[in-house]
Design a protein around this ligand. Structure first.
Ligand SMILES: N[C@@H](CCC(=O)N[C@@H](CS)C(=O)NCC(=O)O)C(=O)O
Length: 217
């Protein structure tokens, strides 16, 4: 059954259709079965750098979350915030909760290389030397997650947490960067476990192209 906290508490997510950083909190909200408002920020036309949006996110990027009068930016901080306030996917024990946050910090340093390879493959042509630099870093990050998942189903504890949502949420576009998930069997099995969860959808099916009120079925 859908949790209906956001009607009273007013969750609004600002994001963009093609953005892995947007997909992370979108996936959280979908898996947690939360109702929220989606506001699209058109990156193609530079809406993220316009004054009204800079008033929401000083970094001029998506995503941003508004809830209970607070504004929260940076996708991993948003995940941590939502886990703390809605109680979903936080980790069962205090140790698990800290370990999940630790993964998010690692993700920002490392899985971001997967996003760069995808970005330079799909949106912006760069000198091949740039790709030669980032591709091995991306592969190493995916390899690290693959090794961490050997013999276990989830990155932290025995259930899905914001660590899984944050790491997979940025890796999800890896095929667009020519990174074939079949090379990393534990990652592939983990992605299938995530895909089997109620509410899961891939980014292009999940992130609206226009402003929308999202109510889980
Ligand atoms: N560290 C940020 C990264 C956000 C980010 O890179 N957003 C991209 C889309 S995935 C963006 O807004 N790009 C447009 C720009 O930087 O002008 C986060 O995790 O929220």
């Amino acid at each position: 059954m859908a949790t209906n906290t956001s009607e009273a508490d007013g969750i609004t997510l600002f994001g963009s259709f093609t953005s892995s950083s947007t997909y992370k909190p979108m996936l959280y909200l979908a898996l947690a079965r939360l109702t929220f408002s989606f506001r699209t920020v058109n990156l193609k036309y530079g809406a993220q750098k316009e004054a009204d949006y800079l008033g929401v996110n000083r970094y001029g990027q998506v995503p941003a979350l508004r809830h209970r009068g607070l504004t929260i930016v940076q996708s991993n901080v948003i995940l941590d915030y939502m886990a703390r306030t809605t109680g979903h996917f936080a980790g069962r024990t205090e140790q698990e909760q800290w370990t999940a946050r630790e993964w998010l910090s690692w993700e920002a340093d490392n899985i971001t290389n997967v996003a760069k390879v995808r970005h330079y493959s799909r949106f912006r042509q760069v000198d091949p030397a740039v790709m030669d630099y980032f591709r091995p870093l991306a592969e190493a990050a995916i390899g690290f997650v693959d090794a961490a998942l050997a013999g276990r189903e989830w990155l932290v504890g025995d259930g899905p947490t914001i660590a899984d949502i944050g790491c997979w949420g940025r890796m999800v576009f890896m095929a667009e960067g020519g990174l074939d998930i079949a090379r990393w069997p534990h990652v592939q099995a983990w992605s299938r476990r995530l895909a089997a969860m109620d509410g899961y959808a891939l980014p292009y099916d999940l992130i609206p192209k226009k402003d929308r009120e999202v109510v889980p079925a």
